[in-house]
Design a protein around this ligand. Structure first.
Ligand code: PLP
Length: 458
């Protein structure tokens, strides 16, 4: 690192501190340290302004599925920006990229998803879900069906409604009570909540909480249940076998809509185009975002199944909802190129047949580290549980911040691994190679060693 890059970095950090309000950030804490400034990226690696190369174990924020620097995605955006940089789909207009993308999404989705509503993000997709579900029940003659049931520690986005739909306590505390038709049940987090129960028994028990909640609210008043096939931001919580089948049975019994939030699990992360396929879920709506463009441009949307689609397209009256950037042409063009590459290069199958089995075995080996109480993974999503005592799953004292310590040690060793409390999580780009998985696992082990040393020092 040269003096020049150091000074440039200091200037960025100063300006950042003075002007830039970051998402999900403690600004007081950040001001003391200065932000890490990321300046470029290639493949599965990012570089900071001091020249450090870091393996991006989080694919940005679960989105850079094809890795950085794919020329086809860049070209798709440039060509579309030249041809038609912007037009809307309000007032009975449309443009080719949005139409083509809606059709392509229909063809890669499980039957019977034939319609797509576009948004700019996953949060907007989930706000759209709320309005679509309301619209559906109004048109279907059950306007009293208003309650959404979601789960604690779910993440469905950050707008007021999507944040309430999610189950993140710190977010609720800052928007408390603004949206009042959303209820939460406990999550299927076996390591944290399962105690002595075997996984399957615990999973069924957690699923049956849905039935209790429906009965408590009055079955006639419940509109929908929403869940991520595998909780992402909550710490890669993999539902026990049988969990989703039971959730689905209950939804059908009470005739309530089932929404699978595919924002992370869509587009190949679980070795299928959608996580629902992998986990045997047959949802009515699938909000998506992130991987649809590999993050190169912002885009989200809701895939609408036959049940809701038939009602909202055949009944008269306007659906009073939409965004200026619903179906943005350049974002749609990038999504088209992204999905075609995922399809034509067989990347989804490669995840399923080759890279997931390799990752899963290598990741599991981290469970042998003295600091790790459980190493679990599904598709290309993995979690490690940092514990003080492997046998009892006892955690370190909260004020030791074991998770964030580990995250910082990871960066020092050249790896982005995210901390959710004392769970460490990864979700690398789908194009990661076996050698790069070896590198990821070796760096994670090194960082765990450093974390253990630092925790021993107090
Ligand atoms: C990231 C995420 C969202 C929100 O998407 P944004 O594009 O950040 O608004 C919604 N649901 C899930 C499951 C997510 O991981």
């Amino acid at each position: 690192m040269t003096g020049e890059t150091t000074t440039a970095t200091q200037r960025w950090q100063l300006s950042d501190r003075e002007h830039y309000l970051h998402p999900f950030t403690d600004h007081h804490e950040l001001a003391g340290k200065g932000a890490r400034i990321i300046t470029r990226a290639e493949g599965v690696y990012i570089w900071d302004s001091l020249g450090h190369r870091i393996l991006d174990g989080m694919a940005g924020l679960w989105c850079v599925e094809l890795g950085y620097g794919r020329q086809e995605l860049i070209d798709a955006a440039c060509e579309q920006l030249r041809e038609l940089p912007y037009y809307n789909s309000f007032f009975q207009c449309a443009h080719p990229p949005a139409i083509q993308l809606a059709e392509l999404l229909g063809s890669i989705s499980p039957a019977p998803f034939e319609h797509t509503f576009f948004t700019g993000s996953g949060s907007e997709a989930n706000d759209t879900v709320i309005k679509l579900v309301r619209r559906y029940w109004d048109l279907a003659g059950h306007p009293q069906r208003k309650y959404f049931i979601s789960r604690k520690n779910a993440y469905h986005g950050s707008t007021v409604a999507a944040g309430t739909l999610g189950g993140m306590q710190p977010m609720h505390e800052q928007t408390g009570g603004m949206v009042n038709f959303i209820e939460h049940i406990e999550q299927p987090y076996h390591f944290g909540l399962g105690g002595e129960l075997d996984e399957e028994t615990f999973g069924l028990q957690q699923a049956r909480l849905l039935e209790e909640k429906i009965e408590a609210l009055g079955p006639d008043h419940v509109a929908a249940f929403i869940g991520e096939p595998v909780q992402g931001a909550g710490g890669v919580v993999i539902p026990p076998p049988g969990y989703w089948a039971e959730i689905q049975r209950i939804c059908r019994k009470y005739d309530i809509l089932l929404v699978a939030d595919e924002v992370i699990t869509g587009f190949g992360r679980l070795g299928e185009w959608f996580g629902s396929v992998r986990l045997g879920i047959e949802p009515d709506l699938m909000p998506f975002a992130k991987g649809v463009t590999s993050g190169y441009l912002p885009l989200g949307g809701v895939l609408v199944g036959e049940r809701v689609g038939a009602v909202v397209t055949r009944e008269g009256g306007e659906f009073a909802h939409g965004y200026t950037y619903s179906g943005h042409p350049a974002a749609c063009a990038v999504a088209l190129a992204n999905i075609r590459i995922l399809r034509d290069e067989g990347i989804v199958e490669r995840v399923r047949e080759d890279i997931e089995p390799y990752f899963s075995a290598r990741w599991a080996s981290l469970g042998e580290h003295p600091l790790i109480g459980e190493a679990r993974s599904i598709g290309l999503m993995g979690a490690l549980e940092i514990v003080r005592d492997k046998g009892s799953r006892e955690r370190f004292a909260k004020d030791l911040h074991a998770g964030t310590r580990c995250r910082d040690r990871c960066i020092e060793t050249g790896l982005v691994m995210r901390a959710v409390g004392d769970s460490m999580i990864v979700a690398p780009p789908l194009v990661i190679t076996r050698e790069q998985i070896d590198e990821l696992v070796e760096k994670a082990w090194q960082a765990l060693d450093l974390t253990a040393e630092s925790l021993a020092a107090g």
